[in-house]
Ligand binder design. Structure first.
Ligand SMILES: [Zn+2]
Length: 121
């Protein structure tokens, strides 16, 4: 962690912990008001209701998936802070650019690796 002053790391950690709380809160919210799980709506026989439920359920599944991914990334980043490898590129092992981490604290790859593999961040 040569290029990371303790203060910066502490800030990133705080930011991630806050984000983690938000993500968990959103995930709970999604589970709670999924209409597909609500007995009142599921039993309704009104026309169009089924497709409405299916559609909004599908949207929730996508959102839930995104939140789960975010949750995993946050957890991964926090564990990297803990073991002291935060800021190292998963691709080439070099340090990720400081500005990049500032813009995207959960970045797992340096700029050149993320350019080589457009799907990774
Ligand atoms: Zn790299």
């Amino acid at each position: 962690m040569l290029n990371f002053p303790g203060k910066t790391l502490e800030f990133v950690k705080k930011h991630l912990l806050h984000q983690q709380r938000e993500v968990n809160k959103n995930l709970r919210g999604i589970e709670e008001d999924d209409p597909a799980k609500s007995p009142a709506l599921a039993e309704s026989s009104e026309p169009g209701t089924d497709s409405y439920i299916a559609e909004s359920h599908a949207k929730r599944v996508i959102l839930q998936d995104q939140l789960m991914k975010m949750k995993n990334t946050i957890r991964l980043t926090l564990s990297k802070i803990k073991i002291g490898t935060y800021g190292k590129c998963d691709g080439c092992g070099k340090w990720i650019e400081g500005e990049r981490l500032q813009a995207l604290p959960t970045a797992q790859y340096c700029l050149s690796c993320s350019r080589k593999t457009p799907r990774v961040r």
